[in-house]
Structure formats: C-alpha cells, structure tokens
Design a protein around this ligand. Sequence first.
Ligand code: SF4
Ligand code: SF4
Length: 208
Amino acid sequence: MQREGSLEAPTRHPLDWQSPDFSNEASLFKELERVFDICHGCRRCFNLCQSFPTLFDAIDESDSGELDSVDKSVYWEVVDHCYLCDMCYMTKCPYVPPHAWNIDFPHLMLRAKAFKFEHKKTKLRDKILTSTDSVGNLLGIPVVSQVANAANKSKMLRKVTEKVAGISAEAILPKFHSNTLRKRDRKRQPSCVIVVIPLVIHKDQSSE
Ligand code: SF4
Ligand code: SF4
C-alpha cells in the first residue's frame, strides 16, 4: 500500500552522473514529467522559490489544466529558476527516499542543468555569472575594478552589457574591490598573543 509521506529519516542517493542515461534527453524528460506531475498534485513547495510557481502557473493556465498540455520550453524555465538551495529536499518534501516515489527535486534540476551545459544551451550570461572565481580575480585587479565600477554607473554601457551579455541594465551590481579581505588579512600582524595556562588546584593541595 502506498503511504502519504515518509516517516523515516531521509536518505540521499548519489547522482548517477556516469550512467549513459544521465544525459539522455528522452530519459531526462521522462523523469521531469514524472516528478513535475507529483509536484503538481502536492504543491507544498509553492512558496520556496520561483521554480515551483513557474511550473504550477503553467499547469493552471494550460488547456487541460494538467502537465500534458504544458509546453516543454516551460520545463527549462523551471530548471533555470532553481538555484539549488536544497530547501525543497531538506525541509518540505515527504516523498524523498526511502519513500517509494523517490523525489529528489534539486538533483533532478542539477541533472537538467548538466544536460543543458553539455549540449551548449547555457547562455553566456549564466556562464559569466557562475564563474565567480574568474570574475573575482579579473575584477580584483586595481585598475580593472575602478574601470568596472565606473562602467557600471554608466546607463549607456549598462545597456550595451545587457545587449551583449544579457545582464539586465536595471540589475543592482556589486561594487568591485581590489583590496580584498584576503590581501588585507595577509598584511595583518597579530597585535598580541594570549596564552591560556590551565590552573588546576586540588582542594587538598590548596590548603597545604
Ligand atoms: S533546490 Fe531549487 S527548486 Fe528546490 S527550493 Fe531550492 S531553488 Fe527551489
Ligand atoms: S518537491 Fe516534494 S514537497 Fe515539493 S512540491 Fe514536489 S512533491 Fe511536493
């Protein structure tokens, strides 16, 4: 008999990323359909992030009111809106393993993102914004950070960036600093050293 929710502690199966099935489009879409349909019937995660409302709104506005009449392009919107925080798995979902439905929404999103990257469908903007080490190293160079900060204040240049890289001209961008915390930390000298000497006096010794 199928139970409503799992009462056991969750277990997580590792991503089977070496299996040929992992990046098989038909297999991926079959799993997306299976999981999205269960989520449509459950809807507990409606307020966690933008992925779930995107899915549920598309289903509610579709011809049949079911997943079968939702355009497959919406699946990719759901995937793009997931930022892999793991909240749905960790805090909400009663169908995670060992439940027989074996729902691991973040792992499925990760699999779909990997498929998208492998098939060169990832946008330049997403590649830039997720390369935080490279962007940080480049924009941490003294002159470059000043030029980047000045460019980010220019409405005209922001429009150009929007056209070329797809980064919205309205988005609030962080200010770049060349004097990073790591550099400041390297220069910092310890001002004093505190030595803690444990002092243990037995009652019988203290009275000697
Ligand atoms: S892991 Fe993805 S889908 Fe789940 S709550 Fe976080 S952002 Fe949303
Ligand atoms: S991830 Fe789990 S809890 Fe969240 S909507 Fe889907 S089935 Fe429901």
